[in-house]
Design a protein around this ligand. Structure first.
Ligand SMILES: Nc1ncnc2c1ncn2[C@@H]1O[C@H](COP(=O)(O)OP(=O)(O)OP(=O)(O)O)[C@@H](O)[C@H]1O
Ligand SMILES: [Mg+2]
Length: 268
């Protein structure tokens, strides 16, 4: 066990019915980094996040904040759950609840805070993600896609987590909104000193945010490293991923992508 790992998986296997989703996964998410996961659709990325959240059973060991998730007493687990925030891939917000009530939900679940304090915290979080106070009473259906993601982020940040999980945070956003969201995460990460685990298939998002990228293929983690190393990894999935998912900033070619990554490598 490396003391620096906020999350550590060792020898993790998962299975749904007869099909094996993950085989013998080892990984360490370091404190303060943005750790990205890429892989085929249906390849088990969301499931990997759910494992880290204690929502899926697994063989092997999953340690979060230096303690194994398995066999946690319920009260301790509840306390630990407050140390992370999650932006789920699907169903980011409850559609019947207003923006305000969505962000207030995790605070109300604590059952300890007076409503005035909840109001102050909710409005602070909305301001943090640049949602104006006038939108607090709106329903999710009255928001743009970019705003829904930002409100969902405000809710994930409601309890001041140390660890943030983002599952496809920019999927479905147009390029401008996607860039806006990426800038927001960059700023919050600096200001709040977060460790982030992010699933994304968007190369621009990966270039902007990821310190390291882990590749899930053939049920295994085939490589983990900075993007400029991963892009060179000899595996058919990696090759097709960077061919398929061309980047806006990288002018539509893998060679150009290498050039952009070469620059960020020199800057690092
Ligand atoms: N609750 C469930 N019941 C049955 N099968 C499931 C369940 N959740 C996930 N699976 C299966 O597990 C596999 C991995 O799913 P997962 O959602 O982790 O993939 P993913 O990599 O996140 O895909 P995507 O890129 O489409 O989001 C898929 O084959 C999926 O059909
Ligand atoms: Mg998924």
């Amino acid at each position: 066990m490396t003391a620096d790992c906020v999350i550590e998986l060792s020898g993790v296997w998962t299975q749904i019915g007869a099909s094996i989703i993950h085989r013998d996964i080892d990984l360490c998410v370091r404190s303060g980094e943005v750790f990205a996961v890429i892989g085929e659709s249906g390849g088990g990325k969301t499931m990997l996040l759910r494992l880290m959240l204690g929502l899926e059973p697994a063989r092997g060991t999953v340690r979060v904040f230096d303690r194994p998730l398995q066999g946690y007493p319920a009260d301790d687990f509840k306390r630990m759950r407050r140390r992370w925030g999650v932006l789920f891939q699907q169903g980011a917000l409850f559609s019947a609840l207003s923006v305000y009530d969505n962000v207030a939900l995790p605070l109300r679940e604590l059952r300890q805070l007076p409503e005035e304090m909840i109001r102050e915290l909710v409005m602070t979080k909305l301001a943090l993600v640049e949602i104006d106070a006038a939108s607090a009473d709106k329903l999710p259906s009255q928001l743009s896609g970019g705003m829904v993601k930002r409100v969902a982020l405000a809710r994930a940040l409601a309890l001041d987590p140390e660890l943030l999980f983002l599952d496809e945070p920019t999927a479905g956003l147009d390029p401008e909104r996607s860039d806006g969201f990426v800038n927001l995460v960059q700023r919050l990460r600096r200001e709040l000193n977060l460790t982030v685990v992010m699933v994304s298939h968007d190369v621009d998002t990966l270039i902007a945010l990821a310190d390291r990228v882990a590749v899930l293929a053939d049920q295994r983690l085939i490589t983990v490293g900075p993007l400029w190393e991963v892009v060179e990894f000899p595996h058919p999935f990696v090759h097709s991923f960077f061919l398929r998912h061309r980047t806006r900033s990288a002018q539509q070619s893998v060679d150009e992508l290498r050039r952009v990554l070469g620059q960020s490598r020199q800057a690092a």
